[in-house]
Design a protein around this ligand. Sequence first.
Ligand SMILES: C[S@@+](CC[C@H](N)C(=O)[O-])C[C@H]1O[C@@H](n2cnc3c(N)ncnc32)[C@H](O)[C@@H]1O
Length: 218
Amino acid sequence: MAVAEQVPAGARVADVGTDHAMVPVWLVQSGRADSVLATDIRSGPLQSAAALVEKTGTGGHIRLMQTDGLAGIGPADADTIILAGMGGETMLAILSAAPWTKRDTLLILQPQSKRAALRRWLTDNGYLIEAERLVEDAGRVYPIMRVRGGVSPAYTAAELRLGRLDQIGTDPLFARYLNAAWASAAKAAPYDGEAAALLGEYDEIKRRLDHADGRGDI
Ligand SMILES: C[S@@+](CC[C@H](N)C(=O)[O-])C[C@H]1O[C@@H](n2cnc3c(N)ncnc32)[C@H](O)[C@@H]1O
């Protein structure tokens, strides 16, 4: 439950795109949150969510709602919003329709794809990625971001894809994450100038990390 573990104790949480409501149920059962709004755009996932809520007896703490993104939801409903397991472009579309999330709201984001587009949009649109960490799920490595409204520093092209090195460069999973990005850029580099430039940045990151901690070839 790496995503749920990012939620501060006592938070009022909205889990957007909840699917089976596993995160809300964990939050309530662990005592981390007393009330959770669990939403999904589709009725099928909400039926699964309702079944799990009933089975676990958590109905007094979890409210289910069918809606697109944050439509119909405001700061009175939640101070912590989870968007996990969706593509980065879906997430940025949801957030761009809810600018209130820049004020007094913690966003916990776990994008499955299009992470560079999401980081670029966040940093260009008044959000600050306060922290990132990496988690492994089914053999793949994903970032989890903690985001609030704020002014962001500039990101390099590699940082837009990977995250800021001062935030994830020492993560135990970073070497694997970087190697996967490096392999994908190396494949495309012969016929794609952008990938070739990225490859150069990744090589430089590898050199810097090798030099900094003597980890050898990562
Ligand atoms: C792969 S599941 C992820 C479930 C859970 N959040 C997790 O991380 O395990 C993605 C869920 O997001 C929902 N979803 C996709 N777009 C959405 C939107 N615009 N608003 C709300 N839910 C959405 C889908 O219906 C699906 O149930």
